[in-house]
Unconditional design. Structure first.
Length: 273
């Protein structure tokens, strides 16, 4: 399929091309549908098309899927796409728990679904990987800004720590939002924040420090700041650090902590020893 070189190479353009090459009844699905809905998924170069019948489709760059169940087809950017909830359960077969929860969080963030709608759809799903879809849907939350924030929260939940509130908003006397915190415990005024790479750029570190010092001094907040290494390389140390911070604030932590996080996070062998 050829297009004018002046046309930007976008997912929508590639999706339109794939549909023109495919047999009748093709529906954009899986990774492609997730991205068209604004969801965050691991990189996948193919355009994914689903059918409710057997088809022969062998074209580089197009991945066909065949289903016996009815596809929930809606229009997105003028294209036939599986609905966000069905896209979520379809991907339960391919994504791990963390990436599936992150997808759910991002779909909710884009306001194309809700945690309740995802869970209800997963509970009623009769296709493959229903259990995985339900487990992930139970962990989806509103107002989550990034994938690392999702994974930090899920790490704590799987370890058995009290679940932190997401996107805590602090208002001024006029009711305007003046500060937002990634995760935390409002009553104890304990905040858990994830600093991604962009927090190291320009004057951002100074801004972060100024904000946290102000909230510590004027509002009595305590901060625990985490970075990529804490989540993806030393999760066990991170869990214990969070548990200690909670206990220091008088928040009960169940001991011993759960090991349910271990299948989903890399655990440094030196750390484990």
């Amino acid at each position: 399929m050829y297009i004018d070189a002046r046309i930007p190479d976008t997912l929508v353009v590639r999706s339109r091309a794939a549909l023109r090459l495919a047999a009748d009844g093709a529906v954009l699905s899986h990774w492609t549908a997730a991205r068209l809905w604004g969801g965050v998924v691991p990189e996948n170069a193919n355009i994914h098309l689903s059918f409710m019948r057997d088809v022969r489709l062998r074209i580089d760059g197009i991945k066909p899927h065949r289903f016996r169940h009815r596809l929930h087809i809606v229009r997105r950017h003028g294209l036939p796409v599986t609905g966000p909830e069905q896209t979520f359960v379809h991907l339960a077969r391919f994504l791990n728990l963390l990436d599936l929860v992150a997808l759910g969080d991002s779909l909710v963030r884009r306001e194309v679904t809700t945690p309740q709608a995802l869970l209800a759809y997963a509970m009623g799903w009769e296709g493959q990987c229903r259990r995985e879809a339900v487990a992930a849907a139970r962990l989806v939350r509103e107002r989550v800004d990034s994938v690392p924030e999702t994974k930090l929260r899920v790490l704590f939940v799987l370890a058995g720590l009290p679940e932190p509130e997401v996107d805590i908003r602090i208002h001024d006397a006029d009711g305007m939002v003046v500060f937002r915190l990634d995760l935390g415990y409002r009553r104890a005024k304990l905040a858990f924040e994830y600093d991604g790479r962009w927090h190291d750029e320009g004057d951002q570190p100074a801004k972060d420090e100024e904000r946290r010092q102000y909230l510590q001094r004027e509002e009595g907040w305590t901060f625990e700041v985490f970075v990529a290494k804490d989540v993806f390389e030393t999760p066990e140390t991170t869990i214990e650090r969070a548990a200690t911070a909670l206990e220091s604030m008088g928040i009960r932590v169940p001991r011993p902590l759960s090991d349910a996080w271990r299948p989903h996070f890399r655990c440094d062998t030196a750390q484990a020893a």
